[in-house]
Write a protein that binds this ligand. Structure first.
Ligand code: FAQ
Length: 332
């Protein structure tokens, strides 16, 4: 396990459940008035216990997702088709790890140590995005991730970068700049396959079929079943609901897929002209819950890789933690 002290005491309650302690009503009212005025909350400001817990939960899960998200694409670095695609993929994977660092920093400002977060990830306790528990079977899977998963992440992150917690919003703004570039390279690779040989097109279609349901799941359960949305939207941590973000993604990207002559594996998918909402078939929410609770196709494999990386990197962390006076001067 990762060494180092815990700053944050894990509460007895599950993060996100109502806090046992009653907040001072005056402090709470002043806090909520600040949020209503659109002010940013900063680490040293007073905040309700539940706001702090919810932010830690969400930012930590987001950070883990970036780190785990590098794994399916990372397996393709040695096999990317050609020098330029390889360079772009290496840079993208590095960026995703960098996003994880930014987000761990933002979560640390709320009092949970990096060590505690990493321990929760490698012990399998923490959640991370469902989509990274599926295999990238062919290069077309990497292309779908680079185009559509980055697009989905951008829809979510652009909205939430306008939220209430300063350090998270600033991290998201920076992440969105880089994600927009990832999206461009993903789109470019997607068009290449879509307009390529019949075999390339077939490979892309098969990857789309594999990824469509996980992408629909990516935005979280339907609003009616979401545990946290109402409170998080009230406190402007989430700036749109799961259903609204999913709808925005479908609105922006389904036409781009259809205009390339590709299909989506959902016969019920269509836009309802009266409501402006997209309608789709049941995306198997039982499967979603299995995947986010450790029973997806790659959960065990992904965790093993992270555990191995922690073990391999331990000597570096230990060496860095040595006080400088213990360093031995090289022999003259
Ligand atoms: N996967 O009450 P809600 C990326 C959980 S970054 C796993 O609706 P909430 C970059 C949820 O945590 C991708 N778990 O929850 C990249 C909760 O469980 P808990 C990650 C999920 O928080 C691209 C329970 O279900 N982005 O892709 C998922 O209000 C390409 C109930 O759900 C973020 O994390 C899911 N998809 O809304 C990297 C953005 N959905 O904690 C490499 C920040 C829900 O009670 C390559 N997060 N759950 O045990 C958010 O915006 C929100 O947390 C949501 C979920 C929208 C994900």
């Amino acid at each position: 396990m990762y060494g180092g002290g815990y700053i944050y005491e894990e509460p007895n309650q599950r993060a996100g459940m109502p806090a046992a302690t009653q907040e001072d009503p005056e402090m709470l009212a002043a806090f909520e008035a600040r949020i209503a005025r659109g002010e940013k909350i900063e680490p040293r400001d007073w905040m309700p216990t539940l706001y702090r817990k919810q932010l830690i939960r969400m930012i930590e899960q987001h950070a883990h997702s970036e780190i785990m998200g590098a794994l399916p694409e990372g397996t393709w670095i040695t096999r990317a088709p050609g020098f330029k695609r390889k360079l772009a993929l290496i840079a993208k994977v590095q960026d995703e790890i960098g996003h994880g660092q930014l987000l761990y920093n933002a979560a640390e400002t709320l009092g949970k140590s990096r060590e505690a977060m990493i321990n929760d990830l490698i012990s399998g306790k923490a959640k991370y995005s469902n989509v990274f528990n599926y295999p990238a079977v062919t290069w077309a899977d990497v292309t779908v991730i680079g185009f559509l998963i980055d697009a989905a992440a951008i829809v979510n992150q652009v909205a939430n970068s306008k939220g209430s917690y300063g350090p998270y919003c600033r991290a998201l703004e920076r992440i969105c700049f880089e994600e927009s570039f990832h999206l461009k390279q993903g789109h470019d690779a997607f068009i290449d396959l879509a307009t390529g040989t019949p075999l390339q097109r077939r490979m892309l279609q098969e990857a789309l079929n594999r990824w469509w349901q996980p992408i629909i799941h990516f935005f979280g359960p339907p609003d009616k079943d979401s545990q946290h949305t109402e409170k998080l939207m009230q406190w402007k941590v989430k700036m749109a609901s799961n259903d609204d973000m999913r709808n925005q993604f479908l609105d922006q990207y389904v036409p781009k897929i259809w205009e390339l002559g590709l299909t989506l594996p959902d016969p019920e998918l269509r836009k309802d002209s009266a409501s402006g909402k997209w309608l789709f078939g049941d995306p198997d929410w039982d499967l979603f819950h299995k995947v986010i609770n450790g029973q997806g196709p790659c959960n065990q494999e992904r965790l093993r890789v992270r555990q191995w990386a922690e073990f391999q990197g331990r000597w570096v962390r230990e060496a860095l933690m040595q006080p400088t006076e213990q360093w031995t001067a090289p022999a003259a």
